[in-house]
Write a protein that binds this ligand. Structure first.
Ligand SMILES: [Mg+2]
Length: 350
């Protein structure tokens, strides 16, 4: 099922959008309208708007109001918080489920790769079990992550192995991610990528796939420490696992202030956290309902939430459209978010 919303101006053709859209996505669609308003677009017009065909906006008016509030407050009050896997990256690559930053890593040590797989086989069913109480599950997740990190150290993971793993992986970014980051970089808007995976792996994925670095893009995830020979010796900071990712993410983002191009002149962590937290307007992007909690540590004023619903669309659409301001279906590209931030802060628009 494809869904088109033709009741909002968000995806109306604009010079901004056209300048970003470089490739066509050849898909056939059937359409239905969501929300209120007329749905009188011709089929040809619809065909030209592949992005709209994969967009659901349940309350266009509320979204428009949020856009106005955020635009009026300006870019200095704004930040982007994004999940990584299946949000910035594609769910499917060449028709197959793409890899994630979690599962692409090969240590170059078959024994330890097998040991980590055995941990996955044991703990993953516990992670998704609906009957284990959250306290107990949190302990189990800490156990899993700790054991995995220990195996990476014991197994002698090197930075070279990370590079090779990323080279050989099938992970891929959604089209438009580079343009999104470029636009935000020009506006000096920070992008915080939250992940319970490995920061060093994600950074290598960014390096190899985007072919440049962005001074405004920072990873909040588990970070490795390597010795002079490029061998992993420890992890630094708090352990971030799947159940505490949202709880601690913003606090851990704070110390990144100096790398975000802003020097508060203080090493004080509270001061640094305050920098991130003073940007009280947020664009939040995720592919799970739980990702909505990534902004929990922030007393935000206005938040626009974007959900990528990649799979089980029939089953999950109702809950996604209720939870997110905008839902993109069918592994959609990032052009919608590109257009959104362009509308928020384009110098061409007043
Ligand atoms: Mg994800």
């Amino acid at each position: 099922m494809r869904v088109i919303n033709c009741c909002t101006r968000l995806h109306a053709p604009s010079s901004i959008r056209l300048s970003f859209v470089r490739r066509n996505h050849s898909q056939t669609h059937s359409y239905r309208c969501v929300g209120h308003g007329n749905c009188s677009l011709s089929t040809n017009q619809m065909e030209q708007r592949n992005l709209s065909a994969n967009t659901v906006i349940d309350h266009p008016r509320a979204l428009t109001d949020k856009i106005t509030l955020i635009r009026d407050a300006g870019p200095s009050k704004f930040q982007v918080i994004a999940d990584f896997d299946a949000t910035l990256t594609r769910y499917r690559v060449n028709g197959l489920r793409g890899q994630t930053s979690h599962n692409l890593l090969q240590q170059g040590n078959a024994e330890y790769d097998a040991k980590r797989q055995a941990l996955y086989d044991h703990y993953h069913p516990l992670e998704i079990s609906p009957v284990i109480p959250i306290d107990e599950k949190t302990k189990l997740m800490e156990e899993w992550w700790s054991k995995t990190h220990d195996l990476l150290i014991e197994g002698g993971l090197t930075y070279d192995a990370i590079k090779k793993s990323v080279e050989n992986s099938s992970i891929a970014f959604r089209e438009g991610v580079v343009e999104l980051f470029e636009f935000l970089e020009k506006k000096e808007i920070p992008v915080l990528i939250f992940s319970a995976g490995l920061a060093d792996v994600i950074e290598e994925v960014l390096r190899q796939n985007l072919h440049r670095t962005f001074k405004n893009v920072k990873i909040v995830s588990n970070r490795m420490v390597f010795d002079d020979n490029g061998r992993l010796v420890s992890f630094k900071g708090k352990l971030i696992h799947v159940l505490n990712k949202n709880e601690h993410a913003l606090d851990m983002a704070g110390p990144l202030h100096d790398q975000l191009g802003v020097d508060t002149g203080e090493e004080d962590e509270d001061e640094a956290n305050a920098y991130v937290k003073q940007r009280t307007n947020v664009l939040l992007m995720g592919d799970h309902l739980g990702d909505l909690r990534m902004s929990d540590g922030l007393s935000y004023e206005t938040r626009i939430s974007v959900g990528f619903l990649n799979d089980n669309i029939e089953k999950s659409l109702e809950s996604y459209r209720q939870a997110f301001d905008l839902v993109y279906l069918n592994d959609a590209p990032m052009w919608g978010a590109v257009e959104l931030v362009s509308r928020l802060f384009s110098t061409e628009e007043t």
